[in-house]
Design a protein around this ligand. Structure first.
Ligand SMILES: C[S@@+](CC[C@H](N)C(=O)[O-])C[C@H]1O[C@@H](n2cnc3c(N)ncnc32)[C@H](O)[C@@H]1O
Length: 241
């Protein structure tokens, strides 16, 4: 019963109508790189991508996919799983991966060797959790999660006790959980939730300084342009006795 309630998704799944080359990307490109779930057991990442990945990263709520696409291009030996239920965001990521962002294109195939390291789950990431082995991910990104500022919506915030328990299981022992937000209350909330969980420790001293190799998201750029101040939180797993 609890599980069902916790898996309710409160965000938007669709924005403006998806037409033309964007629609073609959904119909033709997405099936080529859509994340699949095994009939039984957990995902074998060694055979999941077009590459044999050196490590696996997970991006939760990739929005328009700018961060994911750039990380995938910069880290071709890393397998990246991205989850996003907002279909217009998924098409935007596909356009970035396909090299056709912002242009009408009839080309819906990945260029040779490009983005063999990406798999997309166009839905709620929590549906995938049972299919991931313990310690699967070296990096998990939760970037600019929906803040749900009203106290009565607090349980909708992605950083919560239920999700932290799962993220703890999924993160490698030497892995890192990256949370970024430009809502100060959400930053405080995340640190507090991590603390309450007893599972994570925040390890970066200066939360105003982007971690090394940081790639800003679209949301982050918009926020900075509007005068908002990002907080970057890096967590590692707390060693249990
Ligand atoms: C404020 S947007 C930020 C998007 C992007 N990370 C950025 O910084 O530009 C938060 C995103 O998280 C997604 N999201 C919320 N809950 C999610 C879930 N359970 N699984 C996957 N994505 C989720 C939403 O659909 C939304 O696109």
């Amino acid at each position: 019963m609890g599980e069902k309630k916790e898996l309710k998704f409160f965000g938007r799944r669709k924005g403006k109508a998806i037409k033309g080359s964007r629609e073609r990307l959904l119909n033709e490109l997405l099936p080529q790189i859509k994340a699949t779930l095994p009939q039984n057991g957990t995902i074998d990442f060694q055979t999941y991508f077009g590459i044999t990945p050196q490590e696996i990263w997970l991006e939760i709520g990739f929005g328009g996919g700018e961060h994911l696409a750039e990380q995938a291009l910069k880290n071709m030996d890393v397998g990246i799983i991205g989850a996003e239920p907002f279909l217009n965001g998924v098409t935007s990521l596909l356009a970035h991966l396909n090299g056709s962002h912002g242009v009408e294109s009839t080309h819906t195939g990945l260029d040779e060797g490009r983005m063999d390291n990406v798999r997309i789950w166009p839905d709620d990431v929590r549906q995938m959790f049972p299919y991931f082995k313990d310690g699967s991910f070296k990096r998990i990104f939760v970037l600019y999660p929906d803040p749900w500022p009203k106290a009565r919506h607090a349980e909708r915030r992605f950083i919560n006790q239920f999700n932290l328990k799962h993220l703890y299981r999924l993160l490698a022992d030497d892995g890192r959980l990256f949370v970024a937000t430009d809502v100060q209350n959400y930053a405080d909330w995340s640190v507090e939730q991590a603390d309450i969980s007893g599972l994570f420790v925040q390890i970066n001293d200066d939360i105003r300084k982007p971690p090394e190799g940081w790639v800003p998201t679209r949301y982050e750029k918009k926020g900075i342009a509007a005068g908002r101040i990002p907080s970057y939180l890096v967590f590692s797993k707390k060693k249990t006795k």
